[in-house]
Design a protein around this ligand. Sequence first.
Ligand code: ASC
Length: 150
Amino acid sequence: MKKLSSLLLAALVASIAVPAVAQFAKADDAIKYRKSALFVMQQNFSRVAGMAAGKVPFDAKVAVESAAVAEFVGKLPWAGFGPDTDMGDSKAKVEIWSNKAKFDDYANKLQVELAKLSAATKTGNLDNIKVAVNAAGGVCKSCHDDFRAK
Ligand code: ASC
């Protein structure tokens, strides 16, 4: 019982730390927020992807750290795609809001794949990392193809 309540408490704390619906003072702030989070996620993801592709030397410690940041920051952008944020300085297509379920599905899949990437980096095995980089990168690409203007 005590264990259950501490689990529930942990779940509650986690849900407070990363709210599904963050509040923004204005649409421009939501756009800036999601772009910033996506940028930080991409920088960390591509560092690991570069190692997987043999473009930069494999550094196991940097891979673990970068993947952990990508995993956490990958939870953030989605709160910035609320209603009335479909205009402004953004490549986001309006189809995000007319097909929100599909977009949310990509967002959820990406978070699953980034968690797997984080786990893969902890094995220290570059082949494991390559598999996870390809899976996560595939979600990036599919979502961009459907929902990001060129
Ligand atoms: C990146 C990046 C993306 C994805 C995508 C994967 O590093 O900037 O948009 O990976 O290219 O296919």
